[in-house]
Design a protein around this ligand. Structure first.
Ligand SMILES: [Zn+2]
Ligand SMILES: [Zn+2]
Ligand SMILES: [Zn+2]
Length: 339
């Protein structure tokens, strides 16, 4: 039985327990790995990969058959279920709810390539517009407060699905990381009457030492207090709290800077494992008073975090990172990469 439980010490929501608990422990014990002989994400294998929720496809072709450019399916590893209700309830002093949510996989290309950065800008652009379509669609479901787009990109292996894809999770809660960002942005705004992120962008453009790249719409920087070596944030230069409000023209610039930023990181670190997360405003902002001013004080962004350091006890214990590489040095090395 999967549940979403609130950790009373940190106020983090934890998704815990799966339908396949037994399987999980057996696989941990035996270290058994399944080799991927057929790629379920390649065209022709649509029936294996799962039911299509959405696709950009050639007119005249039907769902769950080839002819698509970007395809979205229900995740087979879904820890969350779309059919349930949140059913929020206390258990003594604890809080929990059932595992309502959406968990989707966005297959970014019909070609069997591993990294998003390997795709042409036009295709990356289609991936971003698919993100918008899916987030918009799920916004209509009032049970959901937040939708997170993220990617886990790993090194090639025959045990891993090496076909470019990202994931979308829609949740009945606003995750604590986002709440913390909203809170700090609001504090800053109420004190200065300016957006924290816009101020960061202005300063970074003036100082230039942490700027990795800039184009008409976006800036890529290594954050002043980077948590990971070669961490890169991409932000729209024009203030906007909501990724869904970016125009199709803006997405072209986003696709360009995303491709280049990923290529730089992949070259400098020899295709490292990495994650990226798209942080946009929560769905509830226009419906609930608490988030009413979010339009002015929050600023959507993408965080790209290469995973080259293992977490130590210090990091787990304090939530603070020891990160040896200065962001200014990282930015310089990334800038120097020949694309
Ligand atoms: Zn494939
Ligand atoms: Zn802003
Ligand atoms: Zn963020």
């Amino acid at each position: 039985m999967t549940e979403i439980r609130k950790d009373p010490f940190t106020e983090q929501w934890i998704i815990t327990g799966t339908e396949k608990e037994q399987e999980f422990f057996t696989s941990l014990a035996s270290q058994e790995k399944t080799e991927w002989k057929v790629c379920p994400f390649c065209p022709g294998n649509e029936k294996v990969s799962g039911k299509e929720i959405f696709a950009l496809r050639t007119p005249g072709t039907t769902a769950d058959t080839p002819g698509w450019e970007v395809r979205v399916i229900v995740s087979k590893q879904a820890a969350l279920q779309i059919e349930t209700d949140p059913d929020r309830r206390p258990e003594g002093m604890y809080d929990l709810m059932s595992n309502v949510g959406a968990h989707e996989v966005i297959i970014e290309t019909p070609e069997h390539v591993k990294n998003l950065s390997n795709l042409p800008v036009e295709q990356i652009n289609k991936v971003f517009s698919t993100y918008q379509s899916r987030m918009r669609d799920l916004e209509g479901d009032r049970r959901f407060k937040y939708a997170l787009i993220f990617k886990n990109q790993r090194k090639s292996s025959k045990y891993r699905l090496c076909h470019a894809h990202s994931q979308l999770v829609a949740l009945p809660i606003t995750p604590k990381t986002i709440k913390d960002e909203l809170h700090h942005a609001r504090e800053y705004y109420s004190y200065k009457d300016r957006c924290l992120y816009c101020d960061v962008i202005t300063q970074e453009l003036r100082e230039t030492k942490r700027v990795v790249e800039e184009n008409d719409g976006y800036i890529a920087v290594t954050p002043f207090a980077s948590r990971f070596p070669f961490e890169v944030w991409i932000m729209p230069k024009k203030h906007n709290c909501d990724f869904l409000k970016e125009s199709p023209e803006s997405l072209v610039n986003l696709a360009k800077i995303m491709k280049n930023s990923l290529l730089r990181i992949e070259k400098v670190l020899d295709d490292p494992p990495l994650n990226f997360m798209l942080h946009s405003a929560p769905y509830m902002r226009e419906r609930e008073g608490y988030w009413a001013t979010i339009k002015d004080d929050y600023h959507w962004h993408i965080e790209i975090t290469p995973q080259v350091l293992e977490l130590s006890g210090f990091e787990v214990g304090t939530g603070s990172q020891i990160q040896p590489l200065l962001p200014e040095v990282a930015a310089q090395l990334l800038r120097e990469i020949k694309l």
